[in-house]
Design a protein around this ligand. Structure first.
Ligand code: ATP
Ligand code: MG
Length: 431
């Protein structure tokens, strides 16, 4: 006898013996006939118990089950057009593996919709809903497509430390922790380590891992612990890695549409694969558009949330903002040779928000040291990083793409917290 998921039943033969395991989604007791809806991670199957054909004992077992109890059902497949999947299972045996308490923290049938806080507090039950399950099944396909794409492009997957001695970009947005007798921090980005591996001779690396930002923002697109998709590549400039980025985004949309259509349907999302190349606006052009709504904006300012909205509404699809003022970008951004006040930098934008930031990096030791100092940082605390630039550092470029923002914009979700199993934000540290 095969162990099947509920969705496999359509391929089973009439009269075939099957075993299903899952949760009690619903029980409908019509007296002489009992419908038990069994749910597993893939779908729902109808288990039908008819008084004349089923033992009294089995009928009573089912009558005694609470919703969301865990059961094992052995039975025979029967075609039935009125059942949810076109089939039902006539049980021979039902084993109760675990009884669920009631009332439930939320309703997995989604007849009663729970608010986001309730869902996050009972995440273990939220992912039993079709919506909760769909988001994380698509997240899986998105990350798988990312790994597949970058591996095929020749990028080597690396893992870098999350406990670090100093800030990546200076500033204060760090979570301190005690590391034996020293002070340490949770890393805000793999930036310095992926650059070290350019000196390490890897030429193309990527990492998918956590980043920690101690910013106190409380928005729908910021988390204090997020997942970053990062690449770094040697012997190329910012334009080359922008091409990798736009092709990656397009590939991810395409693969998700191919591999996860049924989960997109659950969310009612119709994906349009973004066409490459994405439009490129210079910072100056972007500022012109934004200034129509915010005349107070000055050259050199970072773009506000409002600016991102204004420009996004005008462009209407994924686009890049390139050539940012050097001072608006981190110290490692390479200035343009003939116009050093502008850097070889870019942000990838979705009409709703920023998705990624990248630059060609400074690979010359003296210039890098100077830029670190000019930001008011201590070059001494960057010695582990600067050292690598003295012994043969190739020119290189890279970017960091927020995995949750990619998922959130792809699925048109309102709040980034929906894209993380156990989000960490200003108020939320548990579960
Ligand atoms: P923003 O200005 O939107 O706060 P940022 O410019 O500070 O973002 P970067 O340091 O450029 O962020 O990080 C690269 C990418 O990582 C961002 O474009 C975003 O997709 C993602 N990211 C950064 N910080 C967060 C966060 N707090 N929550 C979720 N994603 C984040
Ligand atoms: Mg950025």
């Amino acid at each position: 006898m095969k162990r099947l998921y509920t969705t496999d039943i359509r391929d089973a033969d009439e009269g075939e013996e099957v075993a299903l395991r899952g949760w009690v989604h619903e029980i409908r007791d019509l007296g002489g006939i009992l419908f038990l809806l069994l749910r597993d991670r893939e779908g729902i199957a109808q288990i039908t118990l008819v008084k004349k054909k089923t033992s009294e004992e089995l009928m009573n077992t089912v009558r005694g089950l609470s919703r969301e109890s865990v059961i094992w059902v052995k039975g025979k497949v029967k075609q039935e057009d009125k059942a949810p999947m076109g089939y039902e299972v006539i049980p021979q045996d039902i084993v109760v593996l675990n009884i669920a308490e009631s009332p439930l923290p939320l309703d997995p049938t989604e007849k009663v919709r729970a608010d986001l806080d309730t869902r996050l507090d009972a995440r273990f039950m939220d992912t039993r809903t079709r919506r909760g399950m769909a988001i994380f099944r698509i997240r899986h396909h998105m990350l798988q497509a990312t790994r597949e794409f970058l591996s095929e492009e020749g990028f080597i997957e690396i893992t870098t430390p999350k406990i670090v001695a100093s800030a990546t970009e200076g500033g204060t947005a760090l979570f301190p922790l005690s590391y034996f007798d020293k002070e340490a921090f949770l890393n805000q980005s793999p930036q310095l380590f992926k650059q070290l591996m350019m000196a390490g001779g890897f030429e193309k690396v990527f990492e998918i891992g956590p980043i920690f930002r101690a910013e106190e923002h409380d928005t729908r697109r910021h988390l204090n612990e997020a997942t970053s998709i990062d690449i770094e590549q040697s012997f190329v400039d910012h334009n080359d890695v922008m091409e990798v980025l736009e092709r990656l985004v397009s590939h991810v949309y395409e693969r998700v549409a191919q591999d996860a259509q049924r989960w997109l349907d659950v969310l009612g999302v119709k994906l349009t694969v973004p066409e490459v190349p994405f439009q490129r606006l210079t910072y100056d052009e972007a500022l012109d558009i934004a200034s129509k709504v915010e005349p107070e904006l000055c050259w050199g300012d970072d773009l506000t949330t409002q600016s991102e909205k204004t420009i996004g509404a005008e462009v209407g699809e994924h686009y890049f903002i390139v050539d940012w003022p050097t001072d608006a970008k981190p110290y490692y951004a390479m200035p343009h040779e003939h116009k050093p006040e502008i850097s070889k930098s870019f942000d990838l934008m979705h009409p709703r928000m920023e998705l990624a930031s990248g630059t060609q990096r400074i690979h010359q030791h003296a210039l890098l040291k100077e830029r670190i100092a000019s930001k008011g940082l201590e070059p001494e605390s960057f010695e582990f990083y600067l050292r690598a630039f003295r012994y043969g550092m190739p020119p290189h470029a890279g970017w960091g793409l927020g995995a949750e923002r990619l998922l959130m914009t792809m699925l048109e979700l309102d709040n980034i917290r929906e894209c993380v199993l156990f989000p960490r934000d200003r108020r939320r540290l548990s579960p």
